[in-house]
Design a binder for this molecule. Structure first.
Ligand SMILES: Cc1ncc(COP(=O)(O)O)c(C=O)c1O
Length: 287
């Protein structure tokens, strides 16, 4: 993976030259928020929605947005132009800045703004065709999972449990109900109905989650947004994970047991095709 040019606090520079002081609250406290925007043919996908979610996350940690949407847009287009690859994933983060270490907010710190862009890696064909193994895990994270915080230790621990088990994601449950996975949202299909956990403080409001629900509604796939008990997930015909970089991916085994018949199901195949088609249409319009 190559990240050539990054942006840090007003300047573009090679990644190897980018430096943040050790007292940055992002480093000391994980006090910051971030976004990842997929870019297809050098056009950011759903950028407005990502910028809205950034604002929501900043509001959630009581940090003023250091840039206006037009400024973010300009920076994002510029980082895309300065890096290689037609399809990229732009990462951008804001932390509360550098200040003597004290838990309470500093009165006069300047937020740290950082952007980088990597070549976009969507799931390989093999994973799309065959699905991926996942494990289940207790959701031991905090109660503000709707904030896209850089404090991702809970998510990292869950992801590592999955990797240790040879799986791709950890599908998490809190108090017996489905929340999300360590780096993706989760959908379930039962009896032809697409089930989605509600958007609340227990999950990240995924941009891909919204796209999937929009496509389901537009194509008359029945949808229910409601709390989903663990047992309903474990006996579902289909389970999917979604994110900006994974797009829509079928989970074909959970804790070593096959999901449905162990192959990506018909509703997944339809949604995957709809998603690809939608992406192409949006990108054609943007070009
Ligand atoms: C915990 C978590 N949930 C959900 C998602 C999916 O969000 P999006 O579709 O906006 O990428 C992500 C993405 O990284 C995530 O980290």
């Amino acid at each position: 993976m190559t990240t050539d040019i990054v942006y840090l606090n007003g300047e573009f520079m090679p990644l190897a030259e980018a430096r943040v002081p050790v007292l940055d609250r992002g480093f000391i406290f994980g006090d910051g928020v971030y976004e990842v925007v997929p870019v297809y043919s050098r056009n950011p996908f759903r950028l407005g929605e990502h910028l809205q979610r950034l604002q929501r996350s900043l509001d959630g940690i009581r940090l003023a947005n250091p840039l206006r949407d037009e400024e973010w847009t300009k920076l994002i287009l510029e980082i895309v132009a300065r890096n290689s690859g037609e399809d990229q994933a732009v990462y951008f983060q804001v932390t509360r800045g550098v200040a003597p270490r004290a838990h309470e907010f500093p009165s006069a710190a300047k937020p740290t703004v950082f952007l980088m862009s990597n070549v976009m890696k969507t799931p390989p064909r093999e994973q799309v065709d065959n699905g991926v193994p996942c494990i289940t895990s207790n959701d031991f994270r905090w109660l503000k999972c709707d904030i896209k915080s850089v404090s991702l230790l809970g998510n990292c621990l869950a992801k590592q449990l999955a990797v240790d088990a040879g799986a791709v994601e950890a599908v998490m449950f809190r108090d017996g109900y489905l929340t999300e996975a360590s780096a993706s949202n989760v959908f379930v299909v039962r009896n032809g109905v697409l089930l989605a956990p509600p958007k609340n403080h227990l999950i990240l409001p995924g941009i891909t989650y919204d796209v999937v629900l929009e496509l389901a509604h537009a194509n008359r796939i029945p949808v229910e947004t409601r709390e989903i008990p663990e047992q309903e997930v474990k006996t579902a015909q289909e389970i999917w994970v979604t994110s900006s970089t994974k797009e829509v991916l079928a989970v074909t085994s959970l804790d070593g047991r096959p999901v449905g018949d162990g192959k990506p199901g018909p509703v997944f195949r339809r949604m995957h095709a709809l998603y690809q088609e939608f992406k192409q249409t949006v990108m054609r319009r943007a070009a």
